[in-house]
Design a protein around this ligand. Structure first.
Ligand code: MOS
Length: 732
């Protein structure tokens, strides 16, 4: 189905199932431990062996020798995989560094070997007996030291220069010129990277934990030198990904190679201390923001320059990107520079670009509002735009940013905020409120599905879409139920298998809208097939309550499958509606914090997110997505930072003891409001995504609240107490 004109009224608009708060249909499997995660397919294939991955002890250089003899004679060892016996490996499209290193080493903890043994303990034990000698080369590990060597990355974020930024900024009566930094961050998902591989002839099946099945089949096939059809990926349940599992990692490749060499199915999980340097991370940024405005608060110059680093051939963090669209202003300069670093590979992490970008921009907007003596919400409202500021002929398909801000202000009690920083106290605590705006792109990605109807009136949906904890199973079931006129329990959903039609996958918050739109397309075909079997006119047929009706004629849906199962398959293919219109989601975050006047400890007291993100398919799981993202925003604001060893070139705190993320006790009352919105430009579902939107702008709202509480402006995340302690106002 081609989607290139705005969606008309369709069966989803009935909203009998779609749009209803619905608990996740696979929830009980998960809470009872019966949903098998990647490492838990214990019965899928017999005679499983265990792999244990060894990471490089240096960041850059060469392996000069590997002594495997001691390890090979250790109990239970079957084979040790290294670059020497792995065979010729190709390189997939999505990884920057090779997933099995050696002899050349590209980054710390790059996989250099995997021991395969009868048990996990034997594999781990033997791994300690592998002796690797290295020749270490100098590397570059400090972004600040090389930022001026950064180059434009045209295919990722080309410079956007509009009007006369320098002239307008120089002439502006009110100016802000400030630099902000965000640190490297790790995804810290619950489920580690894990895979099990098993060969039959020249075909390999890999059970894994992966967000994008088709990308990863493509990359695994390219790496192993196989035709794509010889690779099957199965990933039905995923314990979080946040972008870290968009691509195959070393576990999948090494499981496949280990299995080929040993003739056994091999399962591999990366240990937590290995995976943070072995896999990808959100790259650190340095961001200079310059805003010029008239005294009445209208922005005349908007400048956002961002610097980040990655391995050779890697990607820029597009932190400046949100400044292209969030606010009006005639003269603009938005740039990104990429420097070569020899740290582990940078890549996407939840709302890549927007997350670090808004961490900076939305502090800058707060600072600018203060310089102008305008309320921060009014300042943002004054500079709202309903069109692309650079291409005014492109309007936003929907843009309710101002409504998000106003609704939030009302609900949060913004009028209680003291404009003067440090003016509100509660015992030993300084109290403050902050706001941050959110924008995140609505991307449209082709997505397919197959639907089957049996004679019992059960509809089964099959698509390689994944559920990374987001609720895909449930919204897909809701979609099929709505389309076929069934209750939810008559729909079976099967996901995460490359033998199913290719979906959009879980990335960039596009999964919900695109994958359900693919199911919609397949169900349109199934409705046609049903009507044809029953001798009805599909345009007149009503699908409701498990029946198909035309006038007085009512037949059970299952009757259409009496002579054999009905199968329909289709995909949604998006035309140019996202070029004609800017498609984005919007939100506003409100935060109240308390800062301990003696210790500088920051406690978040209240949080509210208001989101405008198209039709909300399932308010229950959408809310979970947003509160999860808000929680992640607390981590980004106050805790999370991969500490870089700038001499040796690795992330020092590479486990969950050293890398701090929020726990329940850190998180207060959180409220989420979804504005009523349907966007007929996004898909027949009229939905968008919220999974990443919820993280956009929230950390800046916390930073702004800390400033409002204390008068201390921290521009270097995370806002740890050492950055506050010697600057706090005296307690009366
Ligand atoms: Mo997202 S960072 O595209 O999983």
């Amino acid at each position: 189905m081609k989607f290139d004109t705005p969606a008309a009224t369709n069966p989803i608009d009935q909203m009998k199932v779609v749009g209803k708060p619905t608990v996740r249909i696979e929830g009980s499997l998960k809470t009872c431990g019966r949903a098998p995660y990647a490492y838990e397919h214990h019965d899928a294939v017999a005679n499983q062996a265990y792999g244990y991955v060894i990471g490089s002890a240096i960041a850059k250089g060469r392996i000069t020798s590997m002594d495997l003899s001691d390890a090979e004679s250790a109990p239970g060892v079957i084979v040790i995989v290294t670059a020497a016996n792995a065979g010729k490996l190709g390189k997939g499209k999505f990884n920057t560094a090779r997933l099995l290193g050696g002899p050349e080493i590209q980054h710390y903890h790059q996989a250099v070997a995997m021991v395969v043994a009868e048990t996990f303990e034997q594999a781990r034990g033997a791994a300690q007996r592998v002796k690797v000698s290295y020749s270490r080369h100098d590397g570059v590990f400090d972004l600040a030291s090389v930022r001026d060597l950064g180059v434009e990355s045209k295919e990722q974020l080309a410079d956007s220069l509009h009007g006369d930024f320098d002239g307008a900024f120089a002439a502006a009566p009110v100016q802000l010129d400030a630099t902000y930094t965000t640190p490297d961050q790790t995804h810290a998902m619950m489920e580690p990277f894990a895979s099990m591989a098993s060969w039959k002839g020249d075909r390999v099946t890999v059970w894994t934990s992966n967000q994008m099945i088709d990308w990863s089949v493509t990359d695994l096939a390219a790496t192993l030198g196989l035709p794509k059809q010889n690779v099957r990926l199965i990933s039905p349940y995923i314990g979080g990904g946040f972008g870290g599992k968009l691509f195959i990692r070393s576990d999948a490749v090494l499981a496949a190679i280990g299995s080929r060499l040993s003739g056994r199915p091999v399962k591999v999980a990366l240990s937590r201390p290995l995976m943070i340097n072995n896999s990808t991370h959100r790259p650190a940024t340095i961001q200079r923001i310059r805003i010029g405005a008239n005294r009445d608060g209208k922005i005349t110059a908007m400048g956002h320059e961002s610097w980040s680093g990655d391995l050779p051939g890697g990607k820029v963090e597009r932190a400046a990107q949100p400044s292209q669209l969030l606010y009006a202003g005639a003269n603009r300069r938005v740039t990104a520079r990429l420097s070569v670093l020899d740290l582990p590979e940078g890549n996407a992490m939840r709302a890549p670009g927007e997350t670090p970008g808004l961490m900076a921009l939305e502090i800058a907007m707060d600072e600018m509002a203060e310089k102008l003596s305008i309320d921060p919400i009014e300042f943002r409202t004054l500079n709202d735009t309903q069109v692309d500021p650079v291409k005014p002929e492109r309007r936003f398909s929907q843009r309710q940013l101002v409504e998000c801000l106003r609704t939030g202000a009302e609900r949060f009690g913004w009028s209680q905020r003291h404009r003067q920083p440090g003016a509100q106290r509660d015992g030993r605590w300084f109290i403050g409120m902050g706001v941050g705006a959110a924008i995140r792109a609505n991307q449209l990605v082709k997505s397919g599905a197959r639907v089957r109807l049996n004679d019992q009136g059960i509809v089964t949906v099959e698509t390689d879409m994944t559920d990374i904890g987001t609720g895909s199973y449930t919204i897909i079931a809701q979609t099929a139920a709505e389309m076929m006129g069934l209750p939810l329990d008559k729909v079976v959903v099967r996901l995460g298998d490359s033998s199913f039609p290719v979906s959009a996958g879980s990335g960039g918050q596009f999964g919900a809208n695109c994958s359900t739109a693919g199911v919609y397309a397949a169900c349109v075909k199934l409705r046609e097939a049903v009507a044809q079997r029953l001798g009805m006119d599909v345009l007149q047929a009503q699908f409701r309550d498990g029946q198909v009706s035309v006038g007085d004629q009512h037949l059970p849906l299952g009757a259409a499958a009496r002579t054999g199962e009905l199968v329909a398959e289709d995909s949604i293919e998006f035309g140019g509606l996202n070029k004609q219109y800017v498609q984005s989601t919007f939100g506003a975050h409100f935060v109240e914090v308390a800062v301990d006047s003696a210790t500088g400890e920051v406690r978040v007291r209240r949080m509210l997110a208001v989101c405008a993100a198209g039709r909300i398919l399932n308010p229950t799981s959408a809310r979970s997505q947003v509160i999860g993202a808000m929680t992640m925003g607390v981590g980004a604001a106050l805790m999370e930072e991969l500490a870089v060893d700038k001499r040796q070139g690795f992330f020092v705190n590479h486990d969950l003891a050293g890398y701090e993320v929020p726990v329940h006790a850190d998180i207060p009352h959180q409220e989420v409001i979804f504005l009523d919105e349907t966007d007929e430009y996004s898909s027949p579902m009229k939905a968008k995504g919220v999974g990443e939107l919820g993280l956009c702008g929230v950390s800046a709202a916390i930073a702004n609240a800390v400033y409002n509480a204390t008068g201390v402006r921290v521009r270097e995340y995370p806002i740890t107490l050492d950055k506050l302690l010697d600057k706090l106002p005296p307690m009366i």
